[in-house]
Design a protein around this ligand. Structure first.
Ligand SMILES: Cc1cc2nc3c(=O)[nH]c(=O)nc-3n(C[C@H](O)[C@H](O)[C@H](O)COP(=O)(O)O)c2cc1C
Length: 369
């Protein structure tokens, strides 16, 4: 691939002349379709030669080998329709979902907005997805292909599955809803995430209260053990808006239940720290805010969790990471893995490749120094 095609300058030009003028959700679908077409045309193997993470980035976490510590956060590929093409861009893992037990359309459009000056996004997608059974069928096929790729020494991403509650299921029946998804999806997941932190499903974040979270996580753990033939690591994804004491309480619960880790963090309902005018921000309406504005709180929570959690529990840090330096910093602060989403929109398709190359350089420099 000519290096100009992977240049951030070229992508910036495409972004500002094409994507910026498109509705963000339409642009998202166009990109996913493009990836699918490129993959079907056999571009995966070609891409992989340029984008495959350096072998020095291989990381052992949660009892398995990850091609890179950097992966794609939940929400980009909710329905697992582009896992392998996304892997071929260099992501070490792809977390699909959030998937709910029942298919649902999500909130009315428009529901995704860019704050370009902040390189941020506001979304109130509301878990639009095809439901656990439909996604399971796709993942069965994808896993077969991932295994073939691994067997032939090719790059294949680790596959995370993020589950949430169906909107119409009352909060009191949330556990059964999560269990339906667990039964369908744990058998096809490399790791499973209980998402209780999206701001776009009414009441969902109340499940972060310890008295609700304990039985929910214990039940999902037991169900995953019963449903899957292999051990499926279980993590919980938390909001950046939790008070510090509540972050500590979730960490203690994860330790108490012997769960595998925490993903921190989801989007925020705060609108602080933006350079976009308050009026413009307000015009977008409700939703979760993501991007660099999240970075400070996400790092604060990471440090707090690392101090509080046993070493055996993994932390996946997410929220505002843009550069290889940002990813290296999270790893230095104690993250086992790092994810991102918003910067993918602003940095373009070769973002993961640049992060991996930068990380490998930083590590070589550190070893020399
Ligand atoms: C459009 C959009 C949709 C998202 N959907 C989900 C989702 O379905 N489940 C989830 O756990 N997180 C979801 N997220 C949150 C991201 O996974 C991530 O936690 C958050 O965006 C912070 O990372 P970032 O600053 O790198 O974007 C979504 C984020 C965006 C921007």
């Amino acid at each position: 691939m000519p290096s100009s095609l992977s240049s951030p300058v070229l992508y910036r030009a495409v972004f500002s002349t094409v994507f910026k003028r498109m509705d963000p959700e339409a642009a998202h679908h166009a990109v996913v379709t493009g990836l699918q077409i490129a993959s079907a045309a056999g571009a995966g193997r070609l891409l992989e030669r340029k984008t495959r993470p350096q072998e020095s980035l291989r990381t052992e976490v949660l009892g398995r080998s990850w091609p890179s510590p950097f992966g794609l956060a939940a929400g980009f590929d909710k329905g697992a329709v582009a896992v392998l093409p996304l892997g071929a861009l260099g992501f070490g893992h792809v977390e699909i979902g959030t998937v709910t037990a029942h298919a649902q359309p999500g909130n009315p459009k428009p529901r995704l907005f860019r704050l370009v000056a902040d390189e941020a996004l506001i979304n109130r997608m509301g878990f639009n997805n095809d439901g656990a059974e439909a996604v399971r069928a796709r993942l069965v096929r994808i896993r077969r292909r991932i295994e073939r790729l691994r067997d032939s020494g090719r790059h294949a991403p680790v596959l995370g599955v993020n589950i949430g509650k169906t909107k119409t299921t009352p909060l009191e029946e949330a556990t059964e809803d999560y269990l339906m998804s667990t039964r369908a999806l744990a058998p096809v997941a490399d790791y499973l995430v209980v998402n209780v932190s999206s701001p776009n499903t009414p009441g969902l974040r109340q499940l972060q209260d310890i008295e609700s979270l304990r039985p929910l996580l214990a039940a999902v753990r037991a169900q995953a053990d019963e449903s899957a033939e292999h051990y499926v690591p279980l993590l919980v994804k938390i909001a950046p808006d939790l008070a510090d004491e509540d972050v500590d309480a979730v960490a203690d619960l994860v330790a108490e239940l012997g769960l595998d880790g925490i993903i921190a963090t989801n989007t925020t309902i705060s609108r602080k720290g933006l350079v976009t005018s308050a009026e413009a921000v307000e015009s977008k309406g409700a939703g979760g805010l993501s991007g660099p504005v999240l970075a400070d709180r996400s790092k604060e929570i990471l440090v707090r969790l690392r101090e509080r959690l046993p070493g055996s529990a993994a932390i996946i840090s997410v929220g505002g990471a843009v550069s290889a330096q940002d990813v290296a910093e999270r790893l230095d602060l104690g993250a086992d893995l790092v994810q991102g989403y918003s910067a993918f929109i602003y940095q373009g398709p070769f973002w993961a490749r640049r992060i991996n190359a930068g990380l490998a350089r930083i590590r070589r420099g550190t070893r020399r120094g």
